[in-house]
Design a protein around this ligand. Structure first.
Ligand code: AMP
Length: 224
């Protein structure tokens, strides 16, 4: 079977993480969410974490070279040889160029960039109620997708918390950074024929079926 080398694009809170959880189950892909990787590094006070912390707290992007290194390491780990799902990377044209070059150098290429889009008002509404579990980053929402027991993850029993950068001022900053630095990637991937769009305001189940249908078509096309 052909490789599935995928990136998820879209504003914070559009549902990338939720869709990723399903895609990982559906297709058994290694999942690299740079935000999760960086938060873990900050918590464990590694060198990467120390360098990334200030940028993250301000809702700004960490420098391209820092994050590109993290991705290159994963590509060379062996576990991503049949495919991968990237979430939160690339976030700038520079990072997209780095990824293109890194894959090219390994005789590989991207299968698709999956854009899950949602308007700013929806994003703010969702992020303000978002809670994630401390153990595995499972995602809930206080109003739309509450856990069975308040403050406790249904899947692994760990504590649910609000991410520091989901507080209102930081959310506004992250959205501005998304519009300024990440949105240009939509056209960039469109120009390369790799962009596939999905409506993130739909029910997660519906978005998931659209993505699966698109991936099935892409797999068929690759075989022709
Ligand atoms: P996320 O969980 O994807 O919203 O990421 C949280 C924060 O981690 C962002 O606001 C950035 O500070 C940092 N971050 C995550 N991915 C990247 C990336 N690809 N490039 C730069 N900074 C990133």
């Amino acid at each position: 079977m052909s490789e599935r080398n995928l990136v998820l694009l879209g504003p914070p809170g559009a549902g990338k993480g939720t869709q990723a959880e399903r895609l990982v189950d559906d297709f058994d892909l290694p999942y690299y969410a740079t935000g999760n990787i960086l938060r873990e590094a900050v918590e464990q006070e590694t060198e990467l974490g120390r360098k990334a912390k200030e940028y993250m707290e301000a809702g700004e992007l960490v420098p391209d070279d820092l994050i590109s290194e993290v991705i290159a390491e994963r590509l060379d780990s062996g576990e991503a040889d049949d495919g991968f799902l990237l979430d939160g990377f690339p976030r700038t044209i520079g990072q997209a160029e780095m990824l293109e070059k890194a894959l090219d150098g390994r005789g590989r290429s991207l299968t698709a960039a999956l854009l899950i889009d949602a308007p700013d008002v929806e994003v703010v509404r969702r992020l303000s109620g978002r809670r994630t579990c401390v153990k595995n980053n499972h995602v809930y929402h206080t109003d739309f997708d509450p856990p069975k027991n308040e403050g406790v993850c249904d899947q692994d029993g760990s504590r649910l918390v609000q991410r520091d950068d989901d507080k209102p001022e930081t959310v506004r900053k992250r959205l501005q950074v998304y519009h300024d630095q990440t949105e240009p990637l939509i056209q960039w991937y469109e120009d390369r024929g790799l962009l596939r769009r999905f409506d993130g305001t739909r029910e997660p189940e519906e978005v998931n079926s659209h993505i699966r249908a698109t991936l099935a078509t892409l797999a068929l096309e690759a075989e022709i």
